[in-house]
Design a protein around this ligand. Structure first.
Ligand code: 5RP
Length: 262
């Protein structure tokens, strides 16, 4: 861990650290993608190396697969696992019902498949990801490269009849070239500003030929672990209807967060 963590990284780290308590030896665990999920993978790797944790990890991107292997987690494919006990992943936005926008890192397709194939999905996020209504974060949709401009036109047309506050979209770029997902597709980011009916939008988008999947995760997430820059963590469990709080203290001398309260 770096000597000095910014408050945002502390928030991500404590969320990831708390989420490791959902993981038990013998589990098949979906490993998310993004900076918060990377903290989780690091923490789990430490538990594998130092505490004898035995898990099989199913990564949601090539980036996560590489990191998981580097930290010593056994990596298997979803086809080998078939079904998972738990997936832990980040999010770009979550609302009070734990509906999500995901795909800021471009991995929404594998992330959605893996999360849907899990008994439980836990999101880890810093508090900035919590929103009243989804949509300020541009909604990523994965589209196949063939005819993507036609797909984009169709998407913008169907948005006319839906409860959103913007209809423009942009092709995600990687430098001068279109961003390419792990599945060889492109990402369109939809600038909707506000999504009034996320369930309807998700269904309508997935009906459009050329759209592979969208970044709305509806009724998939079971719990969110929210981290704060001062080490506080909240766990909201939508099924149990519970909210727990605790705090980790950052110990400057050895750079380790220790649990101080529950
Ligand atoms: C990747 C994702 C990420 O989980 C999401 O973008 C959050 O990333 P970060 O933890 O870096 O803020 O959906 O496709």
């Amino acid at each position: 861990m770096p000597a000095e963590l910014s408050p945002i990284d502390k928030a991500k780290f404590v969320a990831a650290k708390r989420a490791t308590t959902f993981v038990q030896s013998g589990m098949k665990v979906g490993l998310g993608t993004g900076s918060t999920a990377a903290w989780l993978v690091q923490c789990l790797g430490e538990m594998v190396r130092d505490q004898g944790l035995r898990i099989k990890g199913v990564p949601t991107s090539s980036r996560t697969a590489q990191l998981a292997r580097e930290v010593g987690i056994e990596v298997i494919s979803l086809d080998e696992a078939r079904w998972l006990d738990l997936t832990i992943d980040g999010a770009d936005e979550f609302d009070g019902e734990l509906n999500l926008i995901k795909g800021g890192g471009g991995a929404l397709l594998q992330e959605k498949i893996v999360a849907t194939a899990s008994d439980q999905m836990v999101v880890i996020a810093d508090i900035s990801k919590q929103v009243e209504t989804l949509g300020a974060f541009p909604l990523p949709i994965e589209v196949i490269p063939f005819g993507w401009q036609t797909t984009r036109t169709l998407v913008e047309e169907v948005l006319v009849g839906l409860d959103v506050m913007g209809r423009s979209s942009s092709l995600r770029m990687n430098g001068d070239a279109p961003f390419i997902t792990d599945e060889g597709n492109h990402i369109l980011d939809l600038h909707l500003n506000r999504i009034g009916n996320a369930r309807q939008l998700s269904l309508v988008l997935n009906q459009i030929p050329g759209v592979v999947e969208n970044g709305l995760f509806i009724d998939i997430c079971d719990a969110v672990v929210i981290g704060y820059g001062d080490g506080r963590v909240e766990v909201h469990d939508i099924n149990a209807g519970t909210q727990e709080q605790m705090r980790y203290d950052f110990v400057d001398s050895d750079n380790i967060f220790t649990e101080v309260s529950d």
